[in-house]
Design a protein around this ligand. Structure first.
Ligand code: ITT
Length: 200
């Protein structure tokens, strides 16, 4: 059963492939030309479903099982920002570094050096059997002092609860064990297995 990832974020592809290592997984851009998907939902769930539906439709392969991830970081002292706007916090087409710099400035301007924060991942699955969506969260703190180069996105400024190193410093296996994406994918795997059983 072919699982197609509706994402063009290389960091997500790397992590999802690692977590679904025992299955046949392709980023959709290996199969068709990448295209822009307007993520105009109000929640992680809505945006994940928008991406999964768009890629399922574009593939034209009714047997495909399409998996999309919509995720982001919510910072307490910023009232939950950037949330669903995490990828484009510093503007359309900005880099991870631009986003980190903007987040650091926002936390500083609010008068803090750190803040409780959490990552959310919504994983949507779209196939001919129907649509579903599951979530996972990872809690911790963001700090205005970035450390480490591992991971992607906001990882150099995020220290997971119970750890002293940032996700930029921790090995990828540690992140896989505790991340929002891993937790959501654990649930997604159960749904993917149900589809497989239904088809056999
Ligand atoms: P696709 O829509 O193509 O999947 P994207 O990067 O635009 O890629 P999102 O709209 O879901 O994806 O935005 C997610 C952003 O949230 C991502 O770009 C990071 O800035 C941040 N993010 C999500 N998960 C993260 C993680 O595990 N580590 C660090 N940053 C993360």
């Amino acid at each position: 059963m072919r699982i197609v990832l509706a994402t063009s974020n290389k960091g997500k592809v790397r992590e999802i492939k690692e977590l679904l290592h025992d299955r046949e997984v392709f980023p959709y851009t290996d199969l068709i030309e990448g295209f822009e998907i307007v993520e105009d939902g109000d929640t992680f769930k809505e945006n994940a479903l928008i991406k999964a539906r768009a890629v399922y439709k574009a593939l034209g392969d009714t047997d495909a099982v399409v998996v999309a991830d919509d995720s982001g970081i919510s910072v307490d002292v910023l009232g939950g920002a950037p949330g669903i706007y995490s990828a484009r916090y510093a503007g359309e087409g900005c880099s991870d570094k631009d986003n980190i710099d903007k987040l650091i400035n926002s936390v500083k301007n609010a008068g803090f050096e750190s803040s409780p924060a959490h990552y959310t991942a919504a994983i949507a699955i779209v196939s001919k059997e129907g649509e579903s969506c599951v979530h996972g969260w990872m809690h911790g703190d963001v700090s205005i002092f970035p450390r480490g180069e591992n991971g992607f996105g906001y990882d150099p400024i995020f220290t997971p609860a119970g750890h002293t190193l940032t996700l930029g410093e921790l090995d990828s296996e540690v992140k896989v064990g505790i991340s929002h994406r891993s937790k959501a994918l654990h649930l997604a795997k159960i749904l993917i297995d149900q589809i497989k059983t239904q088809r056999s």
